[in-house]
Design a protein around this ligand. Sequence first.
Ligand code: PGA
Length: 244
Amino acid sequence: MKIIRTTDYDDMSRKAANVISAQVILKPDCVLGLATGSTPIGTYRQLAEWNAKGDCDFSQVSTYNLDEYRGLTHDDPQSYHYFMRTNFFDHINIDLANTHVPDGSNPDAAAACAEYDRLVHDAGYPDLQLLGIGRNGHIGFNEPDDHFSKGTHCVDLTESTIEANSRLFESADQVPRQAYTMGVQTIMYARSILVIANGADKADAVWAMCYGPVTPQVPASILQLHTNCTVIADEAALARCPQE
Ligand code: PGA
């Protein structure tokens, strides 16, 4: 696990965008695994700027997002389909047909998850998977558990995740209780992984991910076993980690 310390959110976002941009330049038809949340917004903004300047071409790239709330239509402003369009896809020259997010509008969880697994498998898994980390150490919506999950599956969100995500809704009551998420095993199939984190409220989770025991109680801790995982985090998120 390689840890890169940045001064602040903007520095984190620029460095993460540099890593993603390098991947796209080295392999123009690469497969990117993408994430939602507050953390990657600056990274997406930076990539969109470089795309507008002609420095990062997404025309052949395909993308697979980690997760989606169950029960939201693709046009629902709270859906991750909508998030990805408004925060990234609408601002770059990607072919929307090459972008993929689990289908939260399909109430048949088994079918929706199996279909998504098939798509990710057929794409050959991501060359680069971008991840945020939850305050409880979750990746995607893989919450602390007694085992590491495998493929895409339907999860019940924990109270802490519902509370953390309620800032984006009018109230916690409106946060969907379930989501479809890529499993931890699928995430580990990515050839390289980039985790980004900022802010003091992530410091415990980032320490546990990088230095704690590998345990499904901290799903991100399994990334210690990945052969090509980079963490880019700001000083506040790395406050508990030793300076290396
Ligand atoms: P955040 O979410 O970027 O909004 O902090 C990260 C996550 O929960 O994975």
